[in-house]
Design a protein around this ligand. Structure first.
Ligand SMILES: Nc1ncnc2c1ncn2[C@@H]1O[C@H](COP(=O)(O)OP(=O)(O)OP(=O)(O)O)[C@@H](O)[C@H]1O
Length: 580
């Protein structure tokens, strides 16, 4: 029943050792508490002097305080562990997402990933908080109490001992049923978040084609599935709580009957009988506690399993490390020689790419749809490995490497896609997504640079305005500005990769955004893939791609004068504009 994946979390063994010591002390304190309470009751029953009552009551009170202090210490230690471990898992997940890159993220589902990183980690924290402590208590406290009960009265010990496995078997059966239902519920949740995000993203298009009603039905169906699976998990949870309560109450009643009969027959004295009766509910308490919270933690367990599955996906790697690379500056140089890449055996997405760049240059990538622009950007971001890695196609500052899939390179990269992801939260939280420890002042400075403050100043709650799902809607241009602010928050990201960041924007918004972006480009190496060719006037150098090949490269003027494919692309766009 104990989740084995928990054991792989750093620090968990130490936590279990600490909690086991505390649970042992707690068990002894529970025994003392029951004993002194019974002594006080027996003394009262025997009409002894009030002084004979005071001392046992004082000891009982001390035991009571120690017991609840231990409970407090236990939850503090567990809480600290849960916060730390969840923070580490979240960092690992974000690092993994960056290593895997945009291509894998869209395969896994960005909605699913964001839900995991935000809500999933909250659920995991709750899971860590409850399950480890409760499992340790369940494994230790009943055993020690049972030994004490056996020593006091053998028959009571046997009765309680026999009931325990029955409860555990019931818990396992109901737990397995709940787990299967909870896995279905979690899948429903994932489907719902991915569906919701995809529908929201495509809402404009769906409206244009009159398909929004059909998709509304689709969303309704997915949400209904989620509701139904949640209800069936709740049913099992209620059934299991009922079963636990029923069995434990019956067992305590049986023990009480045995003790009563033994008392009448004079086979046991009142003090031991009462001590056992007081101990019996505490004997069952850890297992009831575990059972009560088990269902509440199942979604945390599912989220953890999901995150571990993602963490297990192999990231692209490099054999030769750029250990001396400390960031891109005005003298840095990247040389690419005969770079090849294919997604599958049938076609080559990149073929013999040769290209050099030095310093803070602005490089435009143009080409028809499917020509390989995004693939090339993914390669530069280190999210793909070259097919000919053994030929060391990259040379960074004079060091030849097999691939750019390495942290030393990637931590200097910012990537802005067509649709930056905006999640439900404040504007400030959205900006600080990759830098959760950023101060309000830092966020404000980057928001200013990204041109967000005009919009933010008009909002009553300013940067604390909620956006995304169930918050205020924002425009495509504002979403891009938030993405820009995100990249600016980390000074070390001097390489900007942009994949058609303005593709969805109207011309006016694109123009305004351009005025903000161009100054930001100054101290960066910028690689900008786009179909909007007016950006090329602001680029230092242009790469023209066609069917995976780099067919032309040069300055904008050189390419215009060459009368080649670049000129053809410009003429096509002019023609299209005139015909429109
Ligand atoms: N994940 C993938 N698996 C298989 N083939 C892929 C994958 N992604 C892209 N391709 C193929 O690789 C080629 C280059 O695609 P890429 O997305 O790089 O082009 P692009 O120039 O960015 O296109 P667009 O301008 O439409 O975004 C295309 O033939 C495409 O079908």
């Amino acid at each position: 029943m104990f989740d084995k994946q928990l054991m792989s979390i750093p620090g968990v063994k130490k936590l279990i050792a600490k909690l086991s010591c505390l649970a042992t002390i707690q068990s002894l304190v529970i025994i003392l508490e029951a004993y002194f309470l019974s002594v006080a009751v027996v003394n009262t029953w025997s009409l002894k002097k009030i002084t004979a009552l005071l001392l046992p009551m004082l000891y009982f009170f001390i035991a009571f305080v120690v017991r609840y202090s231990i409970t407090r210490i236990e939850s503090q230690i567990t809480d600290r562990f849960a916060t730390k471990a969840t923070g580490e898992i979240k960092t690992q997940l974000l690092t993994k997402e960056f290593e895997l890159g945009p291509r894998m993220i869209s395969q896994i589902g960005s909605g699913h990933l964001i839900t995991l990183a935000l809500e999933g980690t909250d659920k995991i924290e709750n899971y860590f908080n409850l399950i480890i402590l409760k499992t340790v208590n369940m494994a230790i406290i009943p055993v020690i109490l049972l030994i004490a009960i056996f020593l006091i009265n053998f028959i009571s010990g046997i009765t309680l001992f026999l009931v325990f496995p029955i409860i555990i078997i019931f818990m396992i059966i109901l737990g397995l049923a709940a787990q299967a239902k909870s896995a279905r519920q979690y899948k429903g949740f994932t489907d719902m978040s991915n569906n919701f995000i995809d529908t929201m993203r495509g809402l404009k298009t769906l409206k244009l084609f009159g398909l929004s009603d059909k998709y509304a039905d689709n969303l309704y169906r997915v949400s209904e599935n989620y509701r139904k699976s949640t209800m069936s998990v709740l049913k099992v949870a209620l059934l299991s709580t009922f079963a636990l309560d029923f069995f434990t109450t019956i067992s305590i009643a049986i023990v009480a009957v045995f003790l009563g009969v033994a008392l009448i027959d004079g086979k046991i004295l009142l003090l031991p009988a009462l001590t056992i009766l007081v101990l019996a509910p505490d004997y069952f308490l850890p297992v009831r506690d575990y059972g009560d919270d088990y269902h509440a933690t199942l979604d945390g367990k599912n989220a953890l399993t999901n995150i571990f599955e993602i963490l297990k996906i192999k990231s692209p790697t490099s054999k030769i490390k750029l250990s001396d690379f400390t960031g891109w500056n005005n003298t840095s140089e990247l040389k690419i020689s005969d770079l090849n890449f294919s997604y599958d055996k049938t076609s080559q997405a990149l073929q013999n790419i040769n290209f050099n760049v030095k310093g803070y240059k602005k490089i435009g990538i143009v080409g028809r749809s499917g020509s390989g622009k995004s693939t090339f950007l993914n390669m530069l971001g280190g999210w793909l490995e070259p097919s000919n890695a053994d030929q060391l196609p990259f040379d960074v500052n004079g060091k030849k490497v097999d691939s750019l899939s390495q942290i030393e390179w990637q931590k200097h990269i910012s990537y802005i896609p067509q649709d930056p992801y905006i999640f439900a939260g404040t504007i400030a939280e959205n900006i600080a997504f990759y830098q959760p420890n950023a101060t309000k002042q830092q966020i404000k400075v980057v928001a200013e640079k990204a041109g967000l403050m005009d919009f933010v100043n008009d909002l009553q709650a300013g940067l604390d305005t909620k956006i995304g799902e169930s918050g205020r809607g924002i425009s495509g241009g504002q979403a891009q500005r938030i993405a820009l602010a995100r990249t600016l928050l980390d000074d070390n990201r001097e390489i900007l990769l942009l994949d058609e960041p303005t593709a969805h924007l109207d011309i006016e918004t694109e123009y305004e955004l351009k005025q903000t972006m161009l100054p930001i480009f100054r101290n960066h190496l910028v690689i900008f893939a786009t179909h909007r060719l007016h950006w090329m006037q602001n680029m230092d150098y242009i790469l023209v791609m066609d069917e995976g090949k780099l067919v032309e490269q040069g300055t904008p003027v050189e390419l215009i004068n060459r009368n080649g494919i670049y000129k053809e692309l410009i003429d096509e766009i002019r023609g299209a504009n005139q015909n429109a």
